[in-house]
Write a protein that binds this ligand. Structure first.
Ligand SMILES: [Fe+2]
Length: 212
């Protein structure tokens, strides 16, 4: 374990996980420049800030810091930890150009057909949800192990609208940094392009962890 990921006063620190492809691996659908900045600046920034806030929490725990806004620190820590986790899912939920897209198979395909009638109807609704999500956030397909539902959700920012105990199967980043350099204000064009990159094997693997 590296020093950066060492345990400090009982709290683990975070590490930027490797990209599962090269920075130009998602072209032409998502440009090299976007992936470079998104991964090396934004995602890395969430990891670094989360670690700084963990250090700050340690100072608070050890009573070295006497004056603080605990709610503010925790809120910022939540934003940055979720920023790391959401982006890690997002990167791995896509695959290199030519290897992704199409339709899911296996149990995921069966469950989508059963709940949404067809993959095409599911894709249209997920796209509509993504395109109607205001401001910054994420369009997500969650699995609810309690009743077996696959729930289309839109997470605002990094955590609002997030439901607990519902693991992510499919996820797309809708922050402007995810598309603006290439698609400007045409977010629907980015969503259309993103469908060509979906790594359905990853989505099925994510779901499979929670199926009996
Ligand atoms: Fe992002």
């Amino acid at each position: 374990m590296s020093e950066e990921n060492s345990i400090v006063n009982g709290l683990h620190k975070y590490e930027l996980p490797p990209l599962p492809y090269k920075v130009d691996g998602l072209e032409p659908f998502i440009s090299k420049d976007i992936v470079d900045i998104h991964y090396n600046a934004h995602h890395k920034g969430y990891v670094n800030t989360a670690n700084k806030l963990i250090d700050r929490m340690n100072s608070i725990i050890k009573e070295e810091e006497k004056s603080y806004d605990l709610h503010g620190v925790i809120r910022s820590l939540t934003f940055n930890i979720n920023g790391d986790k959401l982006h890690t899912m997002y990167w791995n939920n896509m695959t290199e150009q030519g290897k992704g897209g199409g339709k899911p198979g296996g149990k995921l395909a069966d469950m989508i057909d059963r709940q949404y009638g067809s993959f095409d109807r599911f894709k249209a609704l997920f796209t509509e949800a993504a395109n109607s999500n205001p401001g910054t956030g994420w369009a997500v397909l969650n699995y609810d192990a309690e009743n077996g539902n696959l729930q289309i959700m839109t997470v605002e920012n990094h955590f609002m609208n997030h439901l607990a105990e519902m693991p992510v199967v499919l996820i797309v980043d809708e922050f402007e940094h995810a598309y603006y350099l290439q698609y400007k204000n045409k977010r629907p064009d980015y969503i259309t392009a993103w469908w060509n990159l979906v790594n359905w094997d990853d989505a099925e693997k994510r779901l499979g962890k929670y199926l009996e």
